[in-house]
Design a protein around this ligand. Structure first.
Ligand SMILES: [Zn+2]
Length: 199
C-alpha cells in the first residue's frame, strides 16, 4: 500500500472526514484530497502531524524505511533549538529535531564546526602551551604576560568557537550549548585580563 492509500485508510478507520483531517493539520481540504489521490505528497512537517494525529509511526504511513523519518517517543529534545523533538535524523537515533528547519540549521552549524575545527585546536594548543610554560618554565619575560596571554587566547577561542560534544547538543540543544560555551569564554577572557593587568 502506498502513501496516499495509507492516509485514506487511516482516516477512514478513524471515521474522520477530509475536512476534519485538514483542519487538524491546518491545510485546505483540497490538499488532503490531493494527498489521498496521489496528486501530491505531504511534506515532512505534515507527515509528522498526520502520524501524530493517527498515533502511528511515520514508517507505517510511508511504508518505507528509507525516508529517514523516525518519530520520537518520549522526552527527546531538539538537537538544535532544545524544544521537544518530533523525529530522529536517522536510524542511529542519536540526533532528534522538532522541525525540518532545525535539522537544516543544525547541519549547517555542524559543517561550520568541522571547517573551523583546526582553528579551534590551534587556539587551545597555543593557550595550553603558554599556560604551561608560564607555570613551569623560568623565563626572563613577565610570567603574568605569558599566563594572562594564554588565558586570554583560550577565552577568545571559546568565544569564537564555542564547540561542544555531540552529546551536549543532544542533551541541551545547539543554541543553549553554544550560549553556555560563549559565556564560559567570556569569563575566561575576564580572568585572563585580570591576571595580565593586575596579577
Ligand atoms: Zn528545534
Amino acid at each position: 500500500m502506498n502513501l496516499n492509500e495509507k492516509i485514506k485508510e487511516l482516516r477512514k478507520e478513524r471515521n474522520m472526514s477530509q475536512e476534519e483531517l485538514a483542519e487538524l493539520i491546518d491545510v485546505t481540504r483540497q490538499a488532503v484530497t490531493k494527498w489521498e489521490s496521489g496528486a501530491s505528497s505531504p511534506d515532512t512537517k505534515h507527515l509528522i502531524q498526520i502520524a501524530t494525529i493517527f498515533n502511528v509511526p511515520i514508517e507505517k504511513i510511508t511504508g518505507n524505511k528509507q525516508t529517514g523519518i523516525y518519530t520520537v517517543k518520549g522526552n527527546e529534545i531538539c538537537s538544535y533549538c532544545g524544544k521537544k523533538a518530533e523525529f530522529y535524523k536517522d536510524e542511529s537515533l542519536t540526533e532528534a529535531y522538532c522541525s525540518p528547519k532545525c535539522q537544516q540549521l543544525h547541519t549547517i552549524a555542524m559543517n561550520k564546526i568541522k571547517k573551523n575545527m583546526k582553528w579551534f585546536s590551534i587556539g587551545i594548543i597555543i593557550s595550553v602551551l603558554s599556560l604551561l610554560s608560564g607555570a613551569f618554565l623560568n623565563f626572563s619575560v613577565d610570567k603574568n604576560l605569558v599566563v594572562g596571554g594564554g588565558i586570554i587566547l583560550l577565552g577568545i577561542t571559546l568565544i569564537l568557537f564555542p564547540f561542544c560534544t555531540p552529546e551536549s547538543y543532544k542533551k541541551y540543544g545547539y543554541i543553549k550549548t553554544t550560549r553556555i560555551g560563549r559565556i564560559l569564554g567570556f569569563i575566561t577572557e575576564m580572568f585572563g585580563l585580570i591576571i595580565l593587568f593586575l596579577g
